[in-house]
Design a protein around this ligand. Structure first.
Ligand code: NDP
Length: 324
């Protein structure tokens, strides 16, 4: 495993990390979740990502139980949560968003579910236009001063919003955001490569990137249709299928097919090639993997060996072939 600093902070995260979205508390059972966390940790993964909204808190419970059961040393791994969407069906106005009240209460609930006394990383899962950024920055700073959170960050905030949070923090001597959690893969590049570009040196911003395989699309598993036992074939995920595959005009499936054909031509596994491409970006602090089977996770870990295997011309070809 390689380890990378989270932006300009001193925290070293494994270049590949592991997240619970859709799978924990939903698609997979506890035994598979346990196998996945054990395999991840045994292979050097030291960051596990979660959120209050994943399976309405159930994903955090499963992760907390499994980590406790495996007796992972608390100083040997990092765990995160994210606040914004709430952890109940139809959350009321105080049960969601980024008010001081919900940020604090969601943190306490995540600590209980994950069975830890601090979160290593805590994210504002989306911007909240109904709460002043000053209030959210103050709430995050307070959690850090109380020792309940070590690093806070944002997820899918605009560069302008992140810069504003950092400015407020600096002006009031508060802890500012250390990282952004954003989507990054061969089919979705703009934010990480263009919008956030000035923030890496300006703020020392780290990135924990999600959906490196575009929910599995870049493995080629959807090239010939959507199998019922896959993420996009799951009965509750019709919305996600629309989002990931897009409509005819978006040509995302075509781009994925061209990508998998090139991977095969190169003699590489598409999953590993797609993840290795993400790892090549030095502004990516960690690539968060998802998996419904341990075999997928073990395959994806092989991406680390591909990063330096091909020359620039190959990577350029890959980018050209997947361009919109
Ligand atoms: P990926 O894009 O890597 O998708 C993972 C899924 O793809 C797996 O669950 C599996 O689905 C399939 N897959 C993975 N590897 C293989 C393989 N080798 N062969 C075949 N199929 C494979 O990552 P995620 O979308 O899961 O994102 C990673 C993490 O990022 C999440 O768990 C979550 O923690 C975080 N995240 C954060 C978001 C945010 O808004 N901040 C949003 C989304 C995710 P299956 O087998 O079911 O088809």
């Amino acid at each position: 495993m390689q380890y990378r600093r989270l932006g300009s902070s001193g925290l070293q995260l494994s270049a590949l990390s592991f997240g619970a979205w859709v799978t924990f508390g939903g698609q997979i059972g506890r035994d598979e979740a346990r196998n996945l966390i054990a395999a991840a940790y045994d292979n050097g993964i030291n960051f596990f990502d979660n959120a209050e909204v994943y399976a309405k808190g159930e994903a955090e419970k499963v992760m907390g139980d499994v980590i406790a059961d495996l007796r992972l040393p608390r100083d040997g791994y990092c765990v995160s949560s994210k606040v914004f969407f709430g952890a109940v069906d139809n959350p009321g106005p105080t049960q969601r968003g980024l008010s001081r009240k919900h940020v604090a209460e969601a943190c306490h609930a995540a600590l209980r579910r994950l069975r830890v006394d601090h979160l290593d990383l805590y994210f504002c899962h989306r911007p909240d236009l109904d709460t002043p950024i000053e209030e959210t920055v103050g709430a995050m700073d307070a959690l850090i001063r109380q020792g309940k959170v070590l690093y806070w960050g944002t997820s899918e905030w605009s560069a302008t919003q992140i810069r504003e949070a950092a400015r407020i923090a600096r002006a009031h001597h508060l802890h500012g955001p250390s990282m952004e959690q954003t989507q990054y893969n061969l089919l979705h590049r703009q934010r990480v490569e263009l919008e956030y570009a000035p923030l890496y040196s300006e703020l020392g911003l780290g990135t924990t990137i999600w959906s490196p395989l575009a929910s599995g699309l870049l493995t080629g598993k959807y090239n010939d249709g959507v199998a019922a036992e896959s993420r996009l074939g799951h009965k509750d995920n019709a919305w996600l299928q629309r989002m990931v595959i897009g409509d005819e005009a978006s040509r995302r499936l075509d781009r994925a097919r061209r990508f998998t054909a090139l991977a095969v031509e190169l003699g590489e596994k598409p999953s590993q090639l797609a993840i290795a491409w993400c790892l090549r970006n030095p502004h990516v602090s960690t690539v968060m993997l998802g998996a419904s089977h341990t075999s997928q996770l073990l395959e994806n870990l092989g991406a680390l060996e591909l990063v330096d295997r091909h020359d620039e011309a190959v990577w350029n070809r890959l980018e050209a072939i997947t361009a919109e």
